[in-house]
Each structure stands twice: as C-alpha cells, then as structure tokens.
Design a protein around this ligand. Structure first.
Ligand SMILES: [Cu+2]
Length: 233
C-alpha cells in the first residue's frame, strides 16, 4: 500500500509541472498569444521548477524580454492561465516592481529592492484533515487584486506558485513563476512596501519554504508564506 502511494506521488510530480504564459485581467485574457507581454521563461518547454530560492532565476526565470505591455487598471482582479493543472499544494503569490525613471519596461531587469507583494494564499483543511490551496487542481492561478492605491506607471508583475509537496527536505520546494510587463492605470497615491530584492527576499530555511505540510494540515493558519507582508494599499 505504501509503495503504491509513493508511486502515485511520483507519477503526479512528473505530470504536474507548469508555466504561466498569459495574464488575465478582470476575467479577460489581455495577451493575444502566449508570452506576448509575459516574459518567456526558461522552462517554457521543460516546465521544470526552480529549487534554489536564492538563485538569480527566482526573480523572473526569464529567457527573454517580451514585446508587448499589458494594461492593468488599479483595483482589478488578476490571475494567470496555467499550461497544466496546478496540482501541487502550496501558496500563490504576486509581486509588483515599478520601473525606475530612465529605464524602459521592455528591457528593465527588475534588480534592486523594488519588489512589493500584493497577494498571497493560505491553505484550508476540511473535516477529514484534507488540505487544499486556492486554485489547486485548476488550469489557472489563484486570484489577486491590484490595490486601488497603486500609483500609475510601468511595472513588472510577478506571479509565483510554490509547490510544497517535497518541501520537508531542504531545497525541494519548487518555484513556478513568470513576470509580465504591465502599465497600471487609474491608480492612486499609495506608497507601496515593504520593498525587497529578488533574489534576496527568500532563504532555503524560511518556514514557508522548508516546511512539513503534514504539520500545516493540523494547523493551517500557522503557514507562513515567504517574503514580505502583503501591501494592501
Ligand atoms: Cu511538478
């Protein structure tokens, strides 16, 4: 029985890798094709995740910049289309980074302490101790809201899903992510923060990265998503 369960887990892991090639804003796909405003990632074909949260790839995992810019009204609800079912357990997080003056969105690399978090997710557990995460097993990522107070301008928008099924071992959490070139319109005069660098914001030993989900299933509210607090505007 145990062997059979292990085999099933392994088979699931192979099929489960995914990429996020298209942004959806208020229910509408804003890219006419994959990797249009979203920067094509190095795993576009392999779908392989990143296991080292301090590697340079943790920022955007990008193979190339994108040609286009997507318009995202402040206050809108966003998610990404996933190429496969997001069937690993783990949180979905979103970050924004404003392009510095003098830099161009279609070529800026997102370096420096420029990233703030605008969304994260937590697990829930049902009466039979079965744990699920928002959008788990869907062909899309969980929703987030771009805070209405976000100032107008050009940003990189970063989506991240952290697969925690093997995360009780060091450097075995898997990061699936992408960055999209976006122009935020109709925004406010907020001061987003805290601002962090990527890489820099995560360590392999963060309690939300090196984590035993069997323990989280006993107390789902104790999960600590890695990175800074969410800026709500
Ligand atoms: Cu996988």
């Amino acid at each position: 029985m145990q062997l059979f369960a292990k085999f099933l887990l392994a088979a699931t892991a192979v099929q489960a890798h995914y990429t996020f090639p298209r942004l959806v804003v208020n229910g509408k796909a804003v890219e006419d094709k994959d990797w249009s405003a979203t920067r094509k990632t190095k795993n576009a074909e392999s779908k392989t995740g990143i296991e080292n949260p301090t590697s340079g790839d943790i920022r955007c995992y990008q193979a190339s910049n994108a040609a286009n810019i997507a318009t995202v009204p402040a206050g809108s609800t966003i998610h990404y289309i996933s190429t496969q079912q997001v069937n690993h357990p783990g949180p979905t997080q979103y970050y924004l980074a404003k392009v510095p003056s003098g830099a161009s969105l279609t070529s800026w690399d997102g370096s420096g302490a420029v990233w703030f978090k605008v969304g994260t997710t937590m697990p829930t557990v049902d009466a039979s101790k079965q744990m699920t995460w928002p959008a788990q097993n869907e062909y899309k990522t969980a929703n987030a809201t771009i805070p209405a107070a976000t100032p107008d301008g050009e940003y990189l928008l970063r989506v991240e899903h952290i697969a925690l099924h093997m995360a009780m071992q060091a450097n075995k959490a898997q990061f699936y992510l992408a960055c999209t070139q976006v122009k935020i319109t109709g925004g406010g005069s907020g001061s987003p923060g805290p601002l962090v660098s990527l890489p820099g914001a995560y360590k392999s030993t963060d309690p939300g990265i090196l984590v035993d989900l069997n323990k989280i299933a006993q107390a789902p509210d104790t999960y600590q998503p890695p990175g800074p607090a969410v800026w709500k505007g």
